[in-house]
Design a protein around this ligand. Structure first.
Ligand code: FMN
Length: 174
């Protein structure tokens, strides 16, 4: 699929068919993740693959009861790991590791579309509850949860800001 077609087809999928994701497909998604840029190429993040139905339900409950998460055959949890980025001091520990995890999750979203699947970025969750479900230590921070599967819904119409509002020439100004 053409890259721009991938961008056009991506939308936040909030209902999934029970069809499983085969290992080859999941590996392609994870390899796409692994190809993402990261600060200093330090890859200061971890990815947790969750397939267990009860654990998926716990993640859904930890995400303020967004239960559609548990419908997806695979749920990825992207975790910032500041300890992997000691090179850039405070900026590395506070910002770059979050950016690394964020970019990685975006790559997973786009790869999923290219493979005929859908996903939804989940940012609304109780950090500590998620930590408990997938055993994330206090030194790391869960950044995004990404259910992935075959879409069982249709894209809604979404408005975007016009480029004339979003994009600024030379300076942000007022
Ligand atoms: C940082 C972030 C957090 C988000 N959190 C949630 C969430 O918790 N639940 C949800 O259903 N969608 C969530 N979304 C998806 C957005 O609602 C969605 O991307 C936006 O409405 C645009 O729709 P689209 O993805 O279909 O283009 C999140 C997206 C981002 C980038």
């Amino acid at each position: 699929m053409d890259f721009f077609e991938v961008l056009r087809r991506r939308y936040s999928v909030r209902a999934y068919k029970p069809d499983p994701i085969d290992e080859d497909t999941l590996t392609k998604i994870l390899e796409a993740v692994n190809s993402a840029p990261s600060a200093g190429n330090l890859q200061a993040y971890e990815v947790i693959v969750v397939r267990d139905p009860e654990r998926k339900r716990q993640l859904a409950r930890a995400s303020w009861d967004q239960m559609f998460i548990a419908q997806a055959p695979v749920v990825l949890v992207f975790v910032a790991n500041p300890e992997r980025n000691r090179r850039y001091g405070k900026r590395g520990a506070e910002l770059y590791c979050l950016q690394d995890a964020t970019i990685a999750c975006s790559y997973a979203q786009l790869a999923a579309v290219a493979l005929g699947l859908g996903s939804c970025w989940i940012g609304a969750f109780d950090d500590d509850a998620v930590r408990k479900v997938v055993e994330i230590p206090p030194t790391m921070r869960p950044v995004a949860i990404l259910p992935i599967g075959v879409p069982a819904d249709m894209p809604e119409t979404r408005e975007r800001r016009p480029l004339s509002d979003l994009v600024h020439e030379e300076q942000l100004g007022k």
